[in-house]
Design a protein around this ligand. Sequence first.
Ligand SMILES: [Zn+2]
Ligand SMILES: [Zn+2]
Length: 122
Amino acid sequence: MGLIEIAIKIIIALPLGIWLYHDSRARDFSWLIWTFAPFIILLSPLPAAIIMTVVLSAIYLIARPSGALLKCPHCNKKFHETLFICPFCQKNAKRECLNCHEPVLWEADQCPHCKSRNLTKE
Ligand SMILES: [Zn+2]
Ligand SMILES: [Zn+2]
């Protein structure tokens, strides 16, 4: 295994690992496993490593929880819309309506469910 082959594999695996870390953690989706999954690319011989990259990306895109990502008001990192607590800074990334107890977007000043303005402050 030559140095160029190792370099090519690192160039492929490193950005993939960084992307998988951010995206799977934002979606609260087994991020430890996904962050280190690109190691199989480093361990595979070159033609197989390219196929592994495509297959791994495809499996991840199919398996991950679908839905949009929102921006955390505290740390500015992205988090999945169904989450209440930011997976990065562990702070409340949404407000709670004190009337109907539904989660409400941080930017909102009114509950979209019951129109109450009685929301938690943090
Ligand atoms: Zn955060
Ligand atoms: Zn409400």
